[in-house]
Design a protein around this ligand. Sequence first.
Ligand code: 3EB
Length: 353
Amino acid sequence: MRAAPQVRLACLTPAQIIEHASGGRANLFGLILQGDSAGAVAAQLPAATPLLDLNFPVLPASPQQVWGETWFSEKPLLAGRHGDVQYRCNSELLFGTVSLDEAGFPVTDGGSSPLRQASESAYRQIFALLDQSGFPELLRVWNYFPDINGESFGMERYRQFNIGRYEAFTSCRRPTSGMVPAACALGTRQGPLCLAFLAGREPLVPIENPRQTSAYHYPVAYGPRSPTFSRAGLVRLPDQEILLISGTASIVGHQTLHAGDALAQARETLANIAALLGEANRLGRHRDYDPQSLTYKVYIRHARDFAAVSQAMTEFLGRGCPAQVMIVQADICRADLLVEVEAGAARYNRGVR
Ligand code: 3EB
């Protein structure tokens, strides 16, 4: 039997999450929960578990609307807190979460918006922790905040977020292109700015998509500061390799394709993921990354597009495949995007030269 990877990414139902959390065998790094009753699951987890409780509706709608993206460690974990950052780490990785209420960042004379200030503060706090923790490398960030396509202070909120994120990277002397983390950025219905992140001792092996302009090189038409993220990345650990695919959408070059057509957008998105798998197989230790071996989180703007997006996933994966797919309803960071897909896989290194 193949040994389990030291870190495992899984989409689980609430019953499974509670069973794992109380079982004691697999340690929980942390969770990103979706669904209206995520709070009920969170209440049953040990105190101080790094946790994002998002209110994205899980599709198809069911009475038990909670799913979780769960990060497991087979190695013992230490827990800690640094400012507003809650984290757990083992010998190789650190997983953390931070939630900041925009109301805590009133506008002052400079005119910088609360969201921009909160975004900069969240990233600065993460970098401050990483600089002193022995896990200097930021590998993956999940970014969530309400009203992502709304406009205030003369600018779309996603663009405000991009400025705050960029300023934290520069003021903390981090590169803003090339060696930047994999990421996603989605709009919630309400609540604070909340981030989850994964950090490590060794740098990410960044992966860009040959079909797309690198996001950090987007033209200024998309906002005064470009988004600071890599299209994907490989995390190399002594005993395993983790592939992390960032939020991926129907963008070719830097332009949105197929406005208004969810099926065509989903197919274009999956063509982008296929291109990233090709790059991962070129750059990785493991040459067997394929659609079937990934765990997916699919964000759709409108619940009515569920059937079309499910169809595209089935075309990509084949019927009856074992891959795990979680579909949730969320706002996407460009108003013309209807779907965004992120994915991940972990490979045990034994037997690989
Ligand atoms: C895109 O390709 C779609 O701002 O961190 C995807 C992944 C997107 C991450 C981010 C944004 C982000 O531009 C949006």
